[in-house]
Ligand binder design. Structure first.
Ligand code: CTP
Length: 404
């Protein structure tokens, strides 16, 4: 899966039809593809598949009615419509298509389709004669005119025993189409507000060798740095990503340099001349083993001491350059987050520091995080969100500070 597509928010709408059972698989596949999914069912759909099945696969309660006081007090239907990056109705019955084509908003699903500005995709499923009926054809044409995307239907054996056009596309095919549409939308919607800039990002943890088979490492996954590199590229920057060992895929349009140790990361950064923005998202080891063994250390009954010597502070050196870029750093703290981060920003000469609380399941190796951004004379608290969204907010803050 392409990294930039992760954490897209999808509403899966399920209308009444035997193909509703396939929508359970669809939800599962979308989640596997990295999407966050909320399911909305029509009244008729609940007669085919129990909402509990969708709750189990999506991990969230299923919405079925428009004015459910309890649900509306959480994310109301307008908030839900705004939340979505895409709406996929699968299966879309003849009745649902008719209601949508005529602008009805008489249940939650049709209301959401009207209230959202996100793209709406329909995967029709119905008997072949219903699909071929002029009324359905007219509704289909009208929906396409309104900007709705139709996925299928396919031809083949139908639940009613007939053979013809009207089968819902297989969940895997629907996912492929949605992923492609989301990727296109991400590229099309990107603001090229970093065009012409060179952005350098360090990411991941470093590995400091003890001997040829052992090393000192940390819990950083590299996700935040990779998300920042992907976002900068989407915004039109030329991006160099200097990454510690990580299995994450290289984001589209990013030049990646793989390193292992802090010294290698330092050398890679030093080798880059002019840069406009430097983002130190790497968890650089503060110390390395003074003299790593050139052979595997054998155990003895004795205590073993390793002598550690300090590593160069990569971000500080960048901030000390005569022609310095805008410097964005991170602070991972277990306590006194604001106080320690503010001091760290000044001590290291950063323009902007992004502080987060780590430990107790927070921060590392997770797709989401909460950040406190601090700069000279301002701050932003970014609530828990996926790292792709946080990356966008960090570059928005850069524009706010530099007013460009
Ligand atoms: N950093 C760096 N080079 C280092 C250590 C850290 O460039 N040798 C950068 C990180 O990429 C991050 C910031 O400095 O942007 C803060 O790193 P952190 O480890 O939290 O701070 P330290 O200075 O190591 O302070 P401490 O470990 O005492 O909290």
């Amino acid at each position: 899966m392409n990294a930039p597509l992760s954490n897209q928010r999808i509403i899966v709408g399920v209308s009444g039809g035997i193909a509703a059972y396939k929508a359970v698989v669809l939800v599962r596949r979308l989640i596997e593809a990295g999407c966050e999914v909320r399911v909305v069912m029509t009244e008729a759909a609940t007669r085919f598949v129990a909402p509990l099945s969708f709750q189990a696969v999506s991990g969230h309660p299923v919405r079925t009615t428009l004015l459910d006081a309890e649900a509306e007090s959480g994310m109301d239907h307008i908030a839900l419509a705004r939340w979505a990056d895409a709406v996929v109705v699968a299966p879309a019955s003849a009745n649902l298509m008719a209601r949508l084509a005529n602008g009805f908003a008489d249940d939650l699903l049709t209301t959401l389709c009207l209230a959202t500005s996100a793209p709406v995709h329909l995967a029709p499923a119905m008997n072949r004669q219903m699909w071929a009926h002029p009324a359905t054809r007219a509704n289909r044409d009208r929906l396409v005119e309104h900007g709705v995307t139709l996925l299928g239907p396919a031809a083949g054996a139908q639940a009613c025993g007939e053979t013809g056009e009207g089968r819902m596309l297989e969940p895997e095919v629907i996912v492929e189409a949605i992923v492609e549409a989301l990727a296109d939308a991400l590229v099309a919607n990107a603001r090229p507000d970093l065009a012409g800039r060179h952005v350098v990002v360090t990411a991941g943890g470093t590995r400091e060798p003890i001997d040829p088979v052992r090393f000192i490492a940390n819990r950083s996954s590299g996700r935040m740095g990779f998300a920042l590199a992907a976002e900068a590229a989407r915004r039109g920057a030329a991006v160099t990503l200097i990454a510690g060992p990580s299995a994450l895929p290289t984001p589209a349009g990013v030049e990646r340099v793989d390193v292992e140790t802090a010294a290698e990361m330092q050398a890679a950064v030093e080798s880059i001349g002019a840069m406009d923005i430097f983002v130190g998202a790497a968890a650089v080891a503060d110390y390395r083993v003074a003299a790593p063994a050139d052979h595997k250390l054998k155990k003895s009954g004795e205590t073993l001491s390793l002598e550690l010597v300090p590593n160069p502070d990569i971000i500080r050196r960048v901030a000390e350059r005569a022609e310095r870029p805008f410097v964005i750093g991170f602070a991972a703290e277990t306590d006194h987050v604001r106080e320690y981060a503010a001091a760290k920003r000044v001590a290291k000469g950063m323009d902007l520091i992004c502080a987060n609380e780590v430990g107790a399941g927070k921060g590392f190796d997770r797709p989401d995080n909460a950040l406190l951004l601090l700069w000279d004379g301002g701050e932003h608290e970014l609530p828990q969100a996926d790292k792709t969204r946080l990356a966008g907010e960090i570059f928005d803050t850069y524009h706010q500070i530099t007013q460009d």
